[in-house]
Design a protein around this ligand. Structure first.
Ligand code: UGA
Length: 437
């Protein structure tokens, strides 16, 4: 097994985490059409912030991990070819499979006269039916047959940004969907050779694996919208705190403790896109997904809850100095895709506020969005001085450690804490926790 050759096509969070991890065990080539990314990676550098990745990446490069921007015959003749390209949604909310289709087309072009029959594995999140009805016909164009000349597997990924290496090294489960047992077993044995600990490997067909990935993300998004609804109810009930409610209901094993942290709404490159793509897909196959619609709508509206908390405490917002603390969609990442902080900054600007922002890692990314419309401050201490309100949006450790004496440098020490990470007991500071009545 150790001599197996692996190609990973698409070096985003999923592809690069896999390359960095599997590159320590096998001969791996990472492929990405973006030449600049390839140049950066060849120098052993990441092009986004992800804890612990640098360590594994450097080690894998020493172990022979290489990168290229071309899908060649050599790439396609690997034993395992993972497809980990992005699957965004278009302006109508429908999944955009163009990356999947173009990679499949390049693989097909190079899949002639192969000595081996490679396993082509779709790891990208794809709408049910994609493997069998979109990718398979493309790969079979040159008179090759699935299960004979190549295998086609669906192997969704469950890693979280900010914990990408941790989740790649210790996945909670591995789902493998395929059309025959032998092809599934090949990938199962690759994973068995990779992991020292026994893994929870689920074997199924391609379409079930595709549904599992959407169901997983949609359920987690549902939990968040659910607890955000409860938070909005608690907000109106003096004496209640959503965290207490979440803690107690989470003790019921049928509910579980995780993903019950109320906040400004979920963001990132996955939940908003995947819930939307599933809604669109369900409508197209004749089912009206009213629950998913509600999950999405609750999430879209949650930024208004944050705005209302600011307005209730500041009355007139025009000209006020508002500090937005935390711009990435979650802690331990510099990713601002679909971050609710971006929406909040937009709304504050519309109200005529003077917006100051801070984030331990996402400052470069946010500057590309707002340019000179807001003020960027690297020092958490400085940003607070003479401000009228500070809104904690992302639960970074830095914000948990904010000192009361720094908050007291504000003109109006009003703290809107959307994640309830601060515990303030000082009558000079107005502390407003989202979900605390
Ligand atoms: C999510 C899933 O958790 C992964 O399992 C999945 O592989 C990934 O999407 C994907 O499909 O690629 P990710 O988006 O990286 O991972 O981050 P999460 O930790 O799930 O957080 C998503 C959003 O939900 C963040 O904005 C976070 O702040 C928010 N959230 C999360 C809450 O508001 N409350 C919670 O209790 C948990």
């Amino acid at each position: 097994m150790i001599n197996k050759k692996i190609a990973i096509i698409g070096l985003g969070y999923v592809g690069l985490s896999m390359a960095a991890f599997l590159g320590n065990h096998f001969k791996v080539v990472g492929v990405d059409s973006n030449k600049e990314k390839i140049r950066t990676l060849e120098k052993g550098r990441q092009y986004f912030y992800e804890p612990k990745m640098s360590y594994y990446l450097k080690r894998a490069i020493k172990n022979g991990l290489t990168f290229t921007d071309q899908i060649t015959k050599e790439i396609v003749s690997s034993d395992f070819v993972f497809i980990t390209v992005g699957t965004p949604i278009d302006k109508y909310g429908k999944i955009d499979l163009s990356n999947i289709k173009s990679v499949s087309t390049s693989i097909a072009k190079n899949m002639t006269n192969l000595k081996n029959n490679p396993s082509i594995i779709i790891k990208s999140t794809v709408i049910p039916g994609t493997a069998m009805h979109v990718v398979k016909p493309i790969l079979e164009k040159n008179d090759l047959k699935e299960s004979v000349d190549f295998d086609l597997l669906t192997n969704p990924e469950f890693l979280r940004e900010g914990l990408a290496m941790h989740d790649t090294i210790s996945p909670h489960s591995i789902v493998i969907g395929g059309s025959n047992n032998a092809s599934i077993k090949k990938l199962t044995s690759l994973y068995k050779a990779t992991y020292t600990k026994k893994q929870n490997i689920i074997e199924t067909n391609n379409i079930t694996a595709e549904v599992i990935k959407y169901a997983n993300n949609a359920f987690l998004a549902t939990k968040i919208s659910f607890i955000n609804s409860i938070a909005n109810i608690c907000q109106k009930l003096p004496g209640t705190n959503v965290d207490k409610v979440a803690e107690i209901i989470g003790m019921d094993p049928r509910i579980g403790k995780q993903f019950l942290k109320a906040g400004p709404g979920y963001g990132g490159s996955c939940f908003p896109k995947d819930v939307q793509a599933l809604i669109n897909f369900a409508n197209n196959i004749g089912y009206e997904p009213i629950l998913l619609d509600a999950v999405k709508n609750i999430n879209t509206l949650q930024v208004n809850t944050v705005m209302n908390l600011i307005k209730q405490n500041l009355k007139n917002l025009k000209g006020k100095k508002i500090c937005v603390l935390g711009l990435s969609f979650k802690e331990n990442t510099d990713d601002i895709r679909e971050s609710v902080s971006v929406k909040l900054v937009d709304l504050l600007l519309k109200q005529g506020c003077n917006v100051f922002v801070h984030d331990p890692k996402a400052m470069d990314n946010i500057q590309l969005v707002f340019k000179d419309r807001i003020t960027y401050t690297d020092s958490l201490k400085d940003i607070l001085v003479d401000s009228d309100c500070a809104v904690i949006m992302t639960p970074w450790q830095d914000y948990k450690n904010i000192k009361e004496k720094d908050l007291l440098t504000m003109r109006n020490p009003i703290i809107v804490d959307t994640r309830r990470i601060l515990h303030i007991d000082n009558e000079k500071i107005s502390y407003v926790g989202l979900g605390i009545g």
